[in-house]
Design a binder for this molecule. Structure first.
Ligand SMILES: NC(=O)c1ccc[n+]([C@@H]2O[C@H](COP(=O)([O-])OP(=O)(O)OC[C@H]3O[C@@H](n4cnc5c(N)ncnc54)[C@H](O)[C@@H]3O)[C@@H](O)[C@H]2O)c1
Length: 279
């Protein structure tokens, strides 16, 4: 595949690292002009430089309305418009049990994960309406938004809200041919969430990755570790004209982890039976 996105301009928030970075790279490979939006200026600028004239970095805090508008203006000035808005930047909150949860991170998680998505969608949609040829808005949600886990309480709540918001604006913007969908990534080793362990030793981090991988592997039908590139491929589909008739959908890219019930206990039982009977 190549040039699936020729002639399109994309903005990717959280584009300096992880899933966003992998998407920036894939979109450029596929012929898009890409604006990388992130708070990490060093990494964002270095990535833009590496990718050459097809990419540009704009330092942005997605929770600030004036900065989000400046981001759209930057894309218009640099590349002539906005066709794809990938609202991907996100942060997670603490892992403490609910009774000890102190709500100190709560507001910031809401501001980045929910308000940031809303601001990005609105500013991009206004620009797309001006252009008059539709567009694609993609939001990064999480399985935590549909399958609650007993930690990261603000995180899961924001992702559930993003799912609902995605459907609402798909309905609102459909008449202008602006599509809006969300991606639910499976577990991808990045700097967020379960992998975020400030102060951990390199050995502890290595063990953390091994342990998480073992649990994930036991719960997902496709037995391989995912990468940012796997999620980027879903974003490519949703950003390209191949998905021109798809809007208001919440699409999991998770190696099938949510194909059965949440814990995939059925598969575990079958495996346990097989082990017992076949030795
Ligand atoms: N990694 C996973 O397993 C996983 C699973 C489900 C959902 N997600 C979601 O995927 C998205 C990307 O996360 P990731 O895993 O690549 O993590 P990551 O930490 O590697 O990347 C997140 C990026 O967002 C940027 N960012 C954070 N706050 C920002 C702000 N206010 N303004 C602009 N940029 C900001 C960070 O600087 C970073 O570059 C997030 O929305 C996350 O919730 C990740």
């Amino acid at each position: 595949m190549a040039n699936e996105l020729a002639g399109k301009v994309a903005i990717i928030t959280g584009g300096a690292r992880g899933i966003g970075r992998a998407t920036v790279e894939l979109f450029v490979e596929e012929g898009a002009k890409v604006v990388i939006a992130d708070m990490h200026a060093d990494e964002g600028e270095a990535l833009a430089k590496e990718l050459g004239s097809a990419a540009s970095f704009k330092k942005t805090d997605v929770s600030k309305q004036d900065e989000v508008q400046a981001l759209i203006d930057h894309a218009v000035a640099r590349f002539g418009g906005v066709h794809i808005m990938f609202n991907n930047a996100g942060i997670s909150d603490g892992r403490e049990p609910f009774l000890d949860y102190d709500f100190s991170a709560f507001q910031r998680v809401i501001d980045v994960n929910l308000l940031g998505v809303m601001l990005g969608a609105q500013a991009a949609a206004r620009q797309m309406v001006k252009q008059g040829s539709g567009g694609s808005i993609i939001n990064t949600s999480s399985i935590a938004g549909t399958d609650p886990v007993p930690s990261g309480f603000a995180y899961g709540a924001t992702k559930a809200a993003v799912n609902n918001f995605t459907r609402s604006i798909a309905i609102a913007l459909g008449p202008q041919l602006i599509r809006c969908n969300a991606i639910l990534p499976g577990n991808i080793p990045t700097s967020i969430g379960l992998y975020n362990a400030p102060g951990a030793t390199p050995e502890q981090l290595r063990q953390l990755e091994i342990n998480i991988k073992a649990v994930r592997m036991s719960h997902q039908p496709l037995k391989r570790q995912g990468s940012g590139r796997d999620i980027a491929q879903a974003a490519l589909f949703l950003g390209s004209d191949r998905s021109a008739y798809i809007t208001g959908q919440i699409i999991a890219a998770d190696a099938g982890a949510t194909a059965g019930n949440v814990s995939n206990i059925g598969a575990e039982l079958v495996a346990a039976r097989k082990a017992a009977l076949e030795g």
